[in-house]
Design a protein around this ligand. Structure first.
Ligand code: SF4
Length: 365
């Protein structure tokens, strides 16, 4: 159902739960009355930060507050340039590998990103005597446990996911070499070579297309009727909810904008979902200047969502830009309300997180 309404600012800071659905009761940030024939924006809810991303960013922010700069972060904490640059400005230093941390900074904390890491990474950190904070999303850790359970039960593990994605590297790195095989497509599922006669179990990356993954699982079950599923769905609630909202909002849109970075898996999936659901054109944008303004016509219907790693402040920037150019009648495409909230680790719970600490991403302070 598309609900006519107005967009509202939704600063996302504790102690509020992680709700990304604009509430009708909130004070409107945009005019309810719009001139005739103005552009219509279909604003998806939920959109933007999920509980795992919110937690990972909070871990870096709180570590900076507690221990001071620099705080090292292994890999982009979440796949979003704006987030990374905002944290760099506060004293975070991003590295790809632990050996990039200078020996004189070995006492500084290092945070592992939300995507998860192979087992070798905490082992390496311990060998180097580094103090690490693991910001792996609890739902990624759950997939690690599902994969390890398959392996414990003597099953060869099939991981459905995208080669090279850090989450896939992290999940494969939970298991001994040779006990896990990556499956990327239905074609892989139908043809990939596996150890003969081995019992099989599968898990998936958390941020895949729900429909594509169902196709891959169907193909696996056709070929291996006894393959075991994980105890619970591996694609996470945030991925499913954002895809559902886009599916609802996309039909009939002239343009569908997804705020997110090119290396963000869940954001790229939202673009694909919008195209399949009937958007005439869908694209990823990192900032308002990425919108092809010369091609956008007044009176168009424009869908707008944001990947799980994209901050609300950019959604607001785009809404403001559309309003400034065309006027804006905003409709809400709301399919779920999210209340998930993942607490940070005990080491950081004694540090207060103020709304102002997250205002560089959430706006509103
Ligand atoms: S997209 Fe899902 S798995 Fe990834 S950080 Fe968010 S909640 Fe966790």
């Amino acid at each position: 159902m598309v609900v006519a309404g107005v967009a509202a600012r939704r600063p996302l800071t504790p102690p509020q739960p992680n709700r990304h659905v604009p509430l009708m009761s909130e004070r409107p940030a945009f005019p309810v009355e719009a001139p005739a024939a103005t552009t219509t924006i279909r604003l998806c809810g939920p959109r933007g930060f999920c509980a795992g991303v919110d937690r990972a960013i909070q871990i870096v922010v709180l570590a900076l507050k507690k221990y001071g700069a620099p705080v090292y972060v292994r890999h982009e904490i979440v796949h979003n340039r704006y987030v990374v640059e905002g944290l760099e400005a506060r004293g975070a230093v991003f590295v790809e590998e632990l050996d990039e941390i200078p020996p004189e900074h070995a006492h500084c904390p290092v945070v592992f990103s939300a995507h998860g890491v192979p087992k070798s990474v905490p082992a390496d950190a311990a060998a180097r005597n580094l103090f690490y904070l693991d910001a792996t999303c609890p739902l990624v850790s759950k997939v690690h446990k599902q994969a390890m359970r398959h392996q414990r039960l003597g099953r060869h593990v099939l991981l459905i996911g995208h080669a090279g994605h850090p989450e896939v590297i992290g999940t494969m790195g939970q298991l001994p070499e040779g006990t896990v095989t990556l499956v990327e497509t239905e074609e892989d599922a139908a043809t990939i070579a596996l150890p003969p006669g081995a019992p099989l179990g599968f898990v998936t990356q958390t941020t895949l297309s729900v429909e594509d993954t169902a196709g891959v699982i169907r193909a696996l079950r056709l070929r291996f009727p006894d393959i075991q599923a994980p105890a619970a769905e591996s694609i996470c609630y945030a991925t499913t909810n954002r895809q559902d909202a886009v599916k609802q909002a996309a039909p009939g849109t002239d343009l569908f904008l997804v705020v997110g970075s090119p290396n963000s898996s869940n954001s790229r999936r939202l673009v694909e979902v919008a195209e399949r659901a009937g958007a005439a054109r869908a694209m990823l944008v990192q900032r308002s200047e990425d919108i092809p303004w010369g091609e956008v016509q007044p009176g168009w219907t424009i869908g707008l969502s944001a990947g799980a790693s994209a901050p609300e402040i950019i959604v607001e920037e785009i809404l403001e830009a559309l309003r400034a150019r065309f006027g804006a009648r905003v409709e809400l495409a709301v399919t779920a309300e999210e209340t998930e909230n993942f607490p940070v680790m005990r080491d950081l719970r004694d540090v207060a997180l103020e709304a102002a600490d997250m205002a560089f991403l959430n706006g509103g302070a």
